[in-house]
Ligand binder design. Structure first.
Ligand code: 1CP
Length: 354
């Protein structure tokens, strides 16, 4: 078969991650489930706490499938959150309306104890996430791929150490440079926990995984190697040990030119691009090596249809002829009109390379 010959796909996302070019460009969107959908807001009301929603298998399964029914995306992403992991490890985590995630912060003095990992082996919270996956698998359309995920250890650590969303990330940056030895011990526990959680999701039925390192952009080159590349290599190796064939998508958001180091060292099958990466540069330097996913700025879903159409076609014309999954550069913004998402899906499906 010619290298880029188009294939008729049973699961277009899995084919794209296998280096093939499906007949029609596959599409899913980060945060495709969530507050911009009225059907999500309705279910959200049933639980006061966001984490309770994440741990309700039937509701989490239903929310995962809502955008699939409405838009027919090629992938469903499990409805959960990267912060279920610190919660399952025993840290106090809650979500405050209008504020976002809050955590009782971990400090260099009260390290994350490796014994916390014991919590994960027999943990009702994570078991309910895996139960949601088992329910979703029964209802998933045949062409749709179920994607599981975890946060990258660095990104999860930012929330655990800062105690929530942060502007300057001074506490974690200070700890990681002032005492890298104790910080590494902390990261080792998180690397292990993340690997276990991803393996648990695959055992329950997810067909691909994405590692969200949303805050990799706050590290310099040396920090990126130590706290993004090396931990992700270790996670990929552990997952591969159990499941050699399940494709992995890395998403080191904000990595910029460090993306080159990431794709050369981490054995992922696909890499997510944020909207700050030039499409022309990424097509030449990244897509020439592996499948890319991205990277329309989600803000265009709030602009007029003409602009959305122009920017979408521009993105597709850079990436469309080679192994590629259409996505945004970050999550759907909550003010987005679902009708605009419908338009976007059609624009991607109808696109033909000339
Ligand atoms: O109020 C609500 O209803 C909660 C909003 C919400 C939703 C829908 C949060 C709170 N998390 C989620 C779901 C979620 N989170 C998914 C589900 C699947 C999908 O994409 O449709 C995923 C993959 C995540 C991952 C996640 N959570 C990340 C990584 C991706 C990213 O956005 O960078 C991060 C950083 C979080 C933390 C988080 N969860 C929620 C909030 C408000 C935040 C903080 C984000 C920040 O610090 O700005």
């Amino acid at each position: 078969m010619d290298e880029n010959q188009k294939v008729l796909s049973r699961k277009p996302i899995l084919d794209a991650l296998d280096g093939k070019v499906p007949e029609s460009i596959p599409i899913w969107l980060m945060r495709q489930a969530g507050r911009y959908l009225p059907e999500y807001r309705k279910i959200r009301k049933q639980k006061k706490s966001f984490l309770d929603l994440c741990y309700s298998p039937k509701l989490a399964a239903e929310i995962t499938l809502q955008p699939i029914r409405r838009f027919g995306f090629d992938a469903a992403i499990l409805f959960s959150d990267i912060l279920v992991l610190p919660d399952a490890l025993g840290q106090k985590v809650w979500f405050e309306e209008g504020v976002g995630p809050r955590l009782i912060p971990v400090s260099p003095r009260d390290q994350l104890n490796p014994a916390a990992l014991d919590n994960l082996y027999n943990n009702d919270k994570l078991e309910s996430v895996y139960d949601a996956i088992r329910i979703i698998c029964k209802d998933l359309p045949a062409s749709c791929t179920l994607i599981g995920f975890a946060g990258g250890p660095w990104t999860v650590a930012t929330y655990m150490i800062e105690g929530g969303t942060s502007r300057g990330f001074e506490k974690i940056r200070h700890w990681s440079v002032a005492d890298p030895t104790s910080f590494e011990k902390f990261m080792v526990v998180l690397i292990e926990a993340t690997s276990l959680h991803l393996i648990g999701q695959i055992e329950a039925g997810v067909e691909a995984i994405q590692i969200f390192d949303s805050h990799s952009g706050i590290l310099d080159e040396e920090g990126f190697e130590k706290w993004i590349v090396e931990p992700t290599q270790k996670i990929v190796a552990q997952v591969r040990n159990h499941f050699p064939k399940v494709p992995i998508i890395g998403f080191p958001r904000g990595a910029g030119t460090n993306l080159l180091s990431y794709i050369n060292q981490v054995e992922v099958q696909g890499v997510g691009l944020d909207q700050y990466v030039s499409c022309k540069w990424a097509a030449e330097n990244i897509q020439s090596v592996l499948t890319v996913q991205g990277n329309l700025d989600p803000i265009y879903l709030l602009s007029d249809i003409g602009t959305l159409n122009r920017k979408t076609r521009e993105t597709l014309s850079h990436f469309g002829g080679n192994p590629y999954i259409f996505n945004l550069g970050h999550g759907v913004i909550k003010e987005t009109d679902p009708k605009t998402v419908e338009f976007l899906v059609k624009a991607v499906r109808d696109f033909e390379m000339n």
